[in-house]
Design a protein around this ligand. Structure first.
Ligand code: C5P
Length: 220
């Protein structure tokens, strides 16, 4: 493993960790890894190929064959722009269903560690601190109440002109939380040494500032 510093930001779905992590990366001039996007890419690719989410072996074989590239804000799969296609609720649920398989998780380890480049990395996901970058210089567990997270997601969807029902979103979130926390392989846990950031009552700017302050305090 290289020595470039890693800030690991883990947390449940729709906690805002993606927004916070990418802003922290931007402020520090660090690279950014959205590890959830990788699981979503496997979900999309396997759906297109008709592979069952329960077929761990075939899903594991599929991963090294995927041609994935992150181009500024665009995500390409085999040359096709899938930035929006991977963000649907359906793909999120499918990603969470296939993320239970150790075969899939193991196949994605090298790809994720490859993002650790000069001058540093902010990595967001579920197991960044516990499994992928256990030597992260700062480990953050970013969370918010299920209600606050469902409301945030609801507002995002409505702003995009996508119709949504708050109660359905809340139920999807809880289903995904339960699966992510109870699976045997790399469950969503607060890693040892992680600082918990409860964002239900924080603005994005406040959350970003807290992470930056914590980072300054660990490197000085
Ligand atoms: O973070 P996001 O909602 O995009 O992730 C989609 C799904 O991928 C999650 O519900 C989770 O099951 C899985 N995931 C994971 N480990 C990660 C990132 C995402 O298991 N590091």
């Amino acid at each position: 493993m290289s020595n470039y510093p890693v800030i690991a930001i883990d947390g449940p779905t729709a906690s805002g960790k993606g927004t916070v992590a990418s802003l922290v990366a931007q402020k520090l001039g660090f690279h950014y890894l959205d590890s959830g996007a990788l699981y979503r890419l496997v979900a999309l690719a396997s759906e297109k190929l008709g592979i069952d989410v329960k077929n761990a072996a075939e899903l594991g074989f599929l991963v090294p064959k995927l041609l994935i590239s992150f181009n500024n804000n665009q995500i390409l799969l085999d040359g096709e722009d899938v930035t929006d296609a991977i963000r649907t609720e359906n793909i999120g649920l499918r990603a969470s269903a296939l993320a239970v398989h150790p075969e899939v998780r193991t196949a994605l380890v090298g790809l994720q560690r490859g993002f650790r480049q000069s001058p540093g990395l902010v990595a967001d996901g579920r197991d960044m601190a516990s499994v992928i970058f256990p030597d992260a210089v700062l480990k953050v567990f970013l969370t918010a109440s299920a209600q606050a997270r469902a409301e945030r997601r609801y507002k995002q969807l409505i702003a995009k002109g996508i119709s949504a029902k708050l109660s359905d979103l809340l139920q999807d979130l809880q289903e995904r939380d339960a699966r992510d926390s109870s699976r045997g392989a790399a469950p969503l846990v607060i890693a040892e040494g992680a600082k918990v950031l409860e964002t239900s009552d924080l603005s994005i700017d406040q959350a970003v500032k807290t992470v930056l302050d914590w980072y300054q305090s660990v490197i000085t």
